[in-house]
Design a binder for this molecule. Structure first.
Ligand code: SF4
Length: 369
């Protein structure tokens, strides 16, 4: 599950400085491959997209949803999503508001719109079927190297290295004695890791290495005592030394971040849309603006809330309008007001509009696109 940062030049430089990992001893490699494959056969989680009948498109959706989001949160969303839009053409025909609503709180909602863009491309240019070729997959909107490799392996059984951070950590610890992978995947590491993928059962190996990194060989507290490859692990044998050169990404504090506040604003828009869809009735007029669900909303497709309710100073807040909102919308509005001042909320609302995640109506309402 790759995560790009905007520090591309820095990470590239780091990747270039990182020494190439050593070649793996063939006998050790074969034993590690077997151990991971056998362990996965017993320990694999029952995730809905691993069940028989999952389409390549379903695999791609699972991979996009899983980026930077725990599987426990993804699984129910994936099931609901695939029930609503089983094929790319179904998703392509949905409104952006519906898509964002279904994405709910998975985070990084731009992924949802990129996924819909991808669905439109697949429906239009590929007859509704995902291409099998990794390079063609990579050319789809929102599909990066990791996702293309994952679909090629898990959906089409191609032999390729699927290198998310979990796999890179496992391979790096076992074969190179490194505590953590570098921030960026270098070409040298990709080539090295590619040579570790077995000729047979490579799908199980890829999935198993990923699962091992997620469940056992975790970043902060690897459970070496129950690891199937402990006997071969170079990092364990070396006493699990810290790696001063590793660019372990520090977890960004969540409280107080713009990301947290953006998420809270998006929740307001989703609640307003859901409220409209559920009741068929618009909210009340507020702050002198058009009512939620106003036909002034761009495209007339969604309903929203007056932006002033999110940004007005308390002394100028139209309390009556606020009280008139459906309960979940009102609670979401109050949460936004709690998290950020009006100026900041306005700036982030502008960013959401620029990103295509929200639109402003002519009467001052903010709503899903
Ligand atoms: S022995 Fe420990 S560090 Fe090595 S791969 Fe297993 S869990 Fe990870």
């Amino acid at each position: 599950m790759t995560h790009r940062t905007d520090a591309t030049s820095q990470t590239s430089a780091r990747a270039q400085r990182a020494p190439s990992p050593p070649a793996a001893d063939p006998r050790t490699l074969a034993e590690v491959q077997r151990a991971i494959i056998a362990w996965f056969a017993d320990a694999a989680r029952d995730l809905p997209w691993r069940r028989p009948g999952t389409t390549p498109w379903g695999v791609l959706v699972s991979e996009v949803m899983s980026q930077q989001t725990p599987m426990s949160r993804v699984a129910p969303r994936w099931s609901a999503w695939m029930a609503a839009w089983p094929a790319p053409a179904d998703l392509a025909a949905a409104s952006p508001a519906e898509v964002l609503l279904a994405w709910d709180s998975l985070g990084y909602p731009r992924r949802a719109l990129r996924l819909q863009e991808c669905a439109r491309t697949v429906a239009r240019d590929w007859g509704g079927e995902l291409p099998r070729d990794e390079a063609a997959l990579l050319a789809l909107p929102g599909v990066g190297a990791y996702t293309a490799a994952a679909v090629a392996s898990f959906a089409y059984g191609r032999r390729t290295a699927v290198l998310d951070v979990n796999v890179r950590r496992v391979l790096g610890r076992v074969f190179a004695g490194r505590a953590h992978p570098s921030a960026a995947l270098s070409k040298a590491e990709a080539r090295w890791a590619g040579a570790l993928v077995p000729e047979r059962a490579h799908v199980e190996f890829n999935a198993g290495a990923m699962e091992l990194g997620a469940l056992v060989c975790t970043s902060r507290s690897p459970a070496c005592e129950r690891c199937p490859v402990a006997v071969h692990c170079a990092w364990l044998a070396a006493g699990r030394p810290a790696d001063p050169a590793a660019q372990q990404k520090r977890a960004q504090a969540w409280e107080g971040t713009d990301r947290q506040l953006r998420g809270a604003i998006m929740r307001v828009l989703r609640e307003a849309h859901a409220s409209e869809a559920g009741s068929g009735a618009a909210g009340t007029g507020a702050a002198g603006s058009a009512p939620a669900g106003s036909s002034d909303a761009p495209g007339g497709a969604s309903t929203g809330v007056p932006e002033a309710l999110l940004t007005a100073p308390t002394a100028q807040l139209d309390a009556e309008a606020l009280d008139g909102l459906p309960n979940p919308v009102r609670a979401a509005v109050l949460r936004v007001r709690e998290l950020g001042d009006g100026e900041r909320v306005q700036r982030l609302a502008g960013d959401l509009v620029s990103d295509g995640l929200a639109v402003r109506g002519t009467a001052g309402e903010l709503c899903l696109p």
